[in-house]
Design a protein. Structure first.
Length: 287
């Protein structure tokens, strides 16, 4: 084969890869802005179907640009949200898979190369701790969605005695976000911290009062309008401390809230309503 022909083929292949990355780069901002419309959706069935199909589309785009941090973050956020909103209450085993996918995508956005670890060794813990020490403000979203996925998987794995073994890794990440950007994503870092303090047994340092303080901090930040906080406070504080009056009050707050007053997070609040209804059916088991 002539050298000129070989050069032409290589040029076309290289141009094709570059073109693909260019197209992905042009499409990514559309997905980033479209997420606002997604969060405004009030019909859970539409939201579930749309999210499932868009996640596979995003994965297809990522194959053409594997280091695209925006796509990695959208996938981490998307899979974590899908597990939280539409899977974990019906099928915890399947939710673990989606939280793991979210964790992997978050790791890829946070580390280069990614750690790809769930069972943390001393070496991987050190890499993570070094990353926290040198974390830049622009990396907070990647850290948040990585630890969000970790917390979600732990929450659906509490029947596994090893689920909480490496919870210190998660807590260190939470503390870093509280230090750098405590209001990120509706102050959800306090929701995560409150849930962890509530779900941990006392022998592992669980502290119901610390859980309450973190939930109340989130309620202060969000003015009680991010209803998942009331749901998790009912589950991981009120139920754990056998405070039936508070449990009923929190569930009622979710039921009575006018979702239209906070349209930009209508989807999360609809998910909270679904979870509150389920929690209400479990009241006799909890108390």
């Amino acid at each position: 084969m002539r050298p000129a022909l070989i050069f032409s083929i290589l040029f076309l292949l290289f141009s094709s890869c570059s073109m693909n990355r260019f197209i992905v780069g042009q499409m990514t901002p559309v997905f980033k802005t479209s997420i606002d419309a997604f969060y405004e959706e009030t019909d859970l069935q539409i939201a579930e179907q749309a999210l499932a199909s868009n996640l596979k589309l995003l994965e297809g785009l990522l194959k053409n640009d594997p280091e695209n941090e925006d796509l990695l973050l959208l996938l981490a956020q998307g899979y974590a949200g899908y597990a939280l909103g539409f899977v974990e209450d019906e099928d915890p085993k399947r939710a673990k898979i989606f939280y793991q996918r979210a964790f992997n995508f978050g790791q890829r956005a946070l580390f280069n190369p990614a750690l790809y670890t769930w069972h943390w060794t001393e070496q991987s813990k050190k890499v993570f701790e070094d990353k926290l020490k040198n974390l830049e403000g622009s990396e907070v979203p990647a850290l948040f969605w990585t630890i969000f996925a970790m917390a979600g998987k732990i929450n659906v794995s509490l029947d596994d005695p090893t689920a909480l073994i490496n919870i210190s890794v998660l807590e260190n990440g939470i503390e870093k976000i509280k230090e750098m950007d405590p209001g990120f994503f509706y102050g959800s870092v306090f929701l995560l911290k409150g849930s962890i303090e509530g779900m941990k047994p006392p022998m592992l340092g669980g502290n119901p009062e610390a859980a309450r303080e973190n939930f109340e901090k989130n309620l202060e930040i969000t003015k009680g309008q991010f209803l998942l906080t009331q749901v998790y406070q009912a589950k991981f504080y009120a139920a754990k401390t056998l405070n039936e009056e508070l449990f009923d009050q929190l569930i009622k707050e979710v039921e009575d809230f006018d979702i239209g007053t906070k349209p930009e997070i209508a989807l999360f609040n609809q998910i909270a309503r679904k979870k509150a209804a389920l929690l209400k059916t479990m009241r006799n088991e909890l108390f």
